[in-house]
Design a protein around this ligand. Structure first.
Ligand SMILES: [Zn+2]
Ligand SMILES: [Zn+2]
Length: 285
């Protein structure tokens, strides 16, 4: 795995999203653990302990996978890329990149934001400021998956806390929704405003993370190339093998933690093209 020399986002927009993930999300997590959770579960009891451990597991996976996705360099290394010999069928799959002026491997694409060709490029990620491709897609997908689980979990607890235990906030919003948003913020105490803001940000995170997860579902049926204009199924090797190409040979445990080593079956440069209709046979083999 190749690491970036300078992994921090280079653009202001990506830096803002980076700080949101590394500062705002942990602050929201502390708010949940210190204020929301003790109001719902008795501290020291089994539900409280279990929820605390689950929250630690989710935060470590969200932040760990996010940083791993950002730090992993998945660009094409033209120094070591050796195209197949002239005249072979494999050679035809290598395309010339006009910007790098090099022969790039199958499934790679040039990214105008990163300024390089990316191995098995899926998309350029605004949160990390870098592309998602062959070597970091596992971390990116785990980051999104755990963000969905964590934000939904947090939203449920915040809803119980705000509407179940503090009915006054709920009734103010419910009966005077637009007025409370536009005109009568001064009727709320600071504490009530904080609860509404946290709930709103939480809801936004749930919506965005679910949308991103759906957009990345292409991994399952066309092996990471159909987010581009041309839809290609020639590398679709069956759902199980496609997942193995992302999560590695130890994919059954790789999703548990970013530090679990799970080598990828392909090097990112050489891909076996699958004839349409042969994918079922490949899995059975
Ligand atoms: Zn290029
Ligand atoms: Zn990029």
């Amino acid at each position: 795995m190749k690491l970036r020399r300078n992994p921090f986002p280079q653009k202001t927009s990506s830096l803002f999203l980076f700080l949101t993930l590394t500062v705002i999300v942990p602050l929201g997590w502390i708010y949940d653990i210190c204020i929301v959770l003790p109001a719902i579960h008795e501290p020291g009891g089994l539900p409280h302990t279990f929820t605390c451990l689950l929250a630690i597991f989710l935060l470590l996976n969200i932040e760990g996978n996010f940083l791993a996705s950002m730090m992993t360099d998945t660009s094409v290394d033209f120094e070591s890329a050796v195209p197949p010999p002239d005249g072979t069928e494999e050679r035809l799959e290598w395309k010339h990149c006009d910007i790098c002026d090099k022969l790039a491997p199958p499934k790679s694409r040039h990214c105008k934001y990163c300024g390089v060709c990316i191995l098995k490029r899926h998309h350029h990620c605004g949160f990390t400021g870098y592309c998602v491709g062959h070597q970091n897609q596992r971390y990116f997908l785990c980051f999104v998956l755990y963000t969905v689980i964590g934000s939904v979990h947090s939203l449920i607890y915040n809803a119980i806390y705000m509407w179940g235990l503090n009915g006054s906030v709920y009734s103010k919003i419910y009966f005077n929704f637009w007025q409370s948003i536009i005109m009568t913020w001064f009727d709320f105490t600071f504490w009530e405003i904080l609860q509404v803001v946290v709930f709103g940000l939480n809801f936004l995170l749930v919506t965005i993370s679910i949308a991103i997860l759906c957009m990345n579902a292409s991994t399952l049926w066309c092996s990471d190339v159909c987010c581009h204009k041309e839809v290609e199924f020639k590398y679709h090797n069956g759902v199980v093998n496609n997942l193995k190409s992302v999560f590695g040979l130890r994919m059954h445990v790789a999703w548990l933690f970013p530090f679990i080593n799970s080598p990828l079956p392909e090097d990112g440069y050489n891909w076996e093209k699958v004839a349409h209709g042969d994918s079922r046979k490949k899995i059975e083999d």
